[in-house]
Design a protein around this ligand. Structure first.
Ligand SMILES: Nc1ncnc2c1ncn2[C@@H]1O[C@H](COP(=O)(O)OP(=O)(O)OP(=O)(O)O)[C@@H](O)[C@H]1O
Ligand SMILES: [Mg+2]
Length: 357
């Protein structure tokens, strides 16, 4: 399953070599332009902007025109040429689950799912889009694992309308976990922790399929709020300090400051959430091995977070680099890009979609 919900889009034309990946998060918007030439992938542009107020409500875009205009202006200002975008839907109302089905052909499965979907999804009949992919054999003989994905139609349509308001075409609508996976290499069996602004999720991949996705209550905002409370700062000041200050989490025996202690509590909570997700996964997949954790999202940029989590979990933990297989623009400083790249994981994965429409 490369392009969830592609069927909402009926543009049967040949798309150009450059594709936009647009990731509208709870805190920021990420826009990337990826160009494909002779099998080579080039990142042409990467733009990060704060999400303005009054755009999102409960995960739904309520400011379609305002956001569309902002996207259009940003694209023009940054010299972005591509006009076709892949976008994501995210949040609590997205349904992603692995389900076992008797072994059958893809066409038979399509029919079976059409009738069975209502059993699984928490949405009213006819109010959602769905898609599926066969992701492997089940532990039971004569069964296969199928990844089911569904999203409310009204949620999808707000995203598509926003893209239209920006003067762009939607090539596909995807979900974040599938997009992130496309930007990962060598991580068929791994955990990804996407630390966003007001939302965060832990995703366990098995053979490349996001078989467990859990929302967790530790996010970037929680770190900022802790700094704000301990140092008695305004939110914006605490945010600036968090982003600029090095070694905020580094273990330093001489500096057992209250801030360090409080931030470490959050890291321990995060480690607990990851462990809990892995335990849940392991209960259902007794013989599966997952031994790597990758951090993505803006929260992954917190200095030393990966190191501290690695020591808490006693596992390999690394900050994810979504451009491991892409050339970056000559104007980018590689070291600087390395630092901000994890925040672009979803957007890059979206732009890497194999669009077939
Ligand atoms: N240098 C940095 N150090 C620590 N945290 C950072 C840094 N830069 C950004 N962040 C944090 O990243 C978070 C935003 O991340 P991101 O852009 O991935 O979120 P989002 O995609 O908008 O949110 P979500 O995916 O949850 O909807 C904010 O909480 C911000 O404080
Ligand atoms: Mg995000």
């Amino acid at each position: 399953m490369n392009n969830l919900l592609t069927k909402i889009d009926k543009y049967f034309h040949k798309h150009s070599d450059s594709i936009l990946g647009i990731d509208i998060g709870t805190s920021t918007i990420k826009i990337v332009e990826v160009n494909r030439q002779k099998g080579q992938l080039f990142l042409r542009n990467a733009v990060l902007l704060d999400l303005p107020a009054n755009i999102l409500e409960d995960g739904y875009i309520i400011g379609i025109t305002a956001l569309g205009t902002l996207l259009q202006q940003t694209i023009a200002k940054n010299g972005i040429k591509a006009q076709e975008a892949v976008v994501a839907v995210s949040g609590r109302s997205i349904f992603v689950r692995e389900v076992a089905f008797p072994t059958m052909t893809k066409d038979e499965l399509k029919e079976a799912i059409k009738w069975d979907m209502e059993k699984y999804v928490p949405f009213a009949p006819g109010s959602y889009y769905h898609d599926f992919a066969i992701v492997g054999k089940s532990s039971e003989e004569a069964e296969m694992k199928v990844l089911l994905v569904a999203a409310p139609q009204d949620l999808v349509s707000t995203v598509v309308s926003t893209v239209r308001a920006a003067g762009l075409k939607t090539l596909a609508v995807d979900i974040e976990s599938l997009a992130i996976y496309r930007s990962l290499s060598g991580a068929e069996n791994a955990v990804v922790v996407d630390l966003g602004g007001q939302a965060a999720q832990v995703i366990v991949y098995q053979n490349g399929s996001p078989c467990v996705t859990r929302a967790i209550p530790i996010n970037g905002q929680r770190f900022t709020e802790t700094i704000m409370r301990v140092l008695e700062l305004e939110y914006a000041e605490a945010e600036t300090l968090k982003q600029r200050q090095r070694n905020l989490l580094k273990k330093d025996l001489e500096d057992e400051s209250v801030l360090h202690t409080q931030l470490s509590v959050l890291v321990s909570e995060l480690a607990k959430e990851i462990r809990r997700t892995l335990e849940y996964f392991q209960m259902q997949n007794k013989y599966a091995v997952v031994d790597k954790v990758f951090l993505t999202g803006g929260g992954a940029k917190l200095d030393n977070l990966a190191q501290q989590l690695a020591s808490e979990l006693d596992m390999f933990v690394a900050v994810h680099n979504p451009t491991a297989n892409l050339s970056i623009p000559p104007a980018f400083d590689p070291a600087q890009w390395q630092e901000i790249a994890p925040q672009f994981s979803v957007a890059i994965g979206l732009a890497l979609a194999e669009v077939t429409a």
